[in-house]
Design a protein around this ligand. Structure first.
Ligand SMILES: [Fe+2]
Length: 266
């Protein structure tokens, strides 16, 4: 019976999903859980109007964001290797200049208006997700990274960060060093590899995430949980809320510093 290739292969279209199954074959044994890393202070204080999974294009703009185009994909799995569907995956990261989509970022004025800065995706029945974004760049105090928030049943179930495998700044990065072991650190690294057939040098990165507990089988979708900062669970790095007293730049902590604070002593 000819073609059993189904739509799960939407990723394959970009020609990089060959190694896709590395984690899912493992069943029975418990998978190592993806370690949590700090949310940091720069979850967007005002979400963009466009929140889709293509961060390179804002609404219908013809001008794409500046940066190395990256196809970022992976699966969300339970510790027993089962796919977790209907989970919201959010990502946010700096633009090609190192600026966040956040009014409290000291670099905000030079933010690339063509970069969406934030995106979300609802995992498919096989737990997969997909974003088109840029390869993260460093900013003062941090090695390059992409922030992830995973919500299930309206609750934030994992907050973490993805780093570039082999980046020389990783080992000096305070947030990364807060991971407990080399094995844990490895779970937070992905190759950002050139896609062989891409004439414009696009990259592909794969990042599977494993949740600690298998959440109750809740098939309803309750949307995206509040950021840790908003829900009071995080480290509340920033002073005032964006709308309210939005005073001067006075009490703001220096960039980079603020993400380190609370997650690790150094
Ligand atoms: Fe960050």
């Amino acid at each position: 019976m000819g073609h059993v290739v189904n739509r799960r292969s939407f990723l394959r279209a970009a020609g990089f999903a060959a190694a896709a199954m590395q984690v899912t074959g493992v069943l029975a044994e418990e998978l190592m859980r993806t370690p949590a890393l700090t949310e940091g202070p720069f979850y967007p204080d005002k979400l963009p109007l466009d929140t889709d999974n293509d961060l390179l294009v804002v609404n219908n703009s013809l001008t794409p964001a500046i940066g190395e185009i990256t196809h970022l994909s992976g699966k969300l799995l339970s510790a027993s290797g089962e796919p977790i569907r209907n989970a919201f995956i959010e990502i946010w990261q700096v633009d090609g200049n190192g600026a966040y989509l956040h009014s409290g970022d000291s670099q905000h004025a030079k933010y690339d208006q063509n970069f969406q800065g934030y995106g979300r995706f609802l995992t498919a029945s096989d737990g997969s997700y997909y974003f088109r974004t840029i390869k993260p760049v460093p900013y003062p105090g941090r090695t390059p990274h992409i922030h992830f928030g995973v919500s299930l049943g309206g609750k934030r179930v994992l907050t973490t960060q993805l780093l570039i495998k082999g980046h020389p700044q990783n080992e000096r990065d305070g947030v990364f060093r807060s991971a407990k072991s080399e094995a844990e650190k490895n779970l937070l690294l992905a190759d950002f590899a050139k896609i062989p057939d891409s004439p414009i040098g696009e990259l592909a990165a794969r990042f599977d995430m494993v949740l600690g507990k298998t959440p109750e089988d809740d098939h309803s979708i309750h949307g995206i949980a509040k950021s840790e900062r908003e829900s009071g669970g995080g480290r509340g790095g920033f002073g005032g809320p964006p709308g309210g007293g939005s005073g001067g730049p006075g009490g703001r902590p220096p960039r980079g510093e603020s993400e380190k604070r609370g997650s690790t002593e150094r």
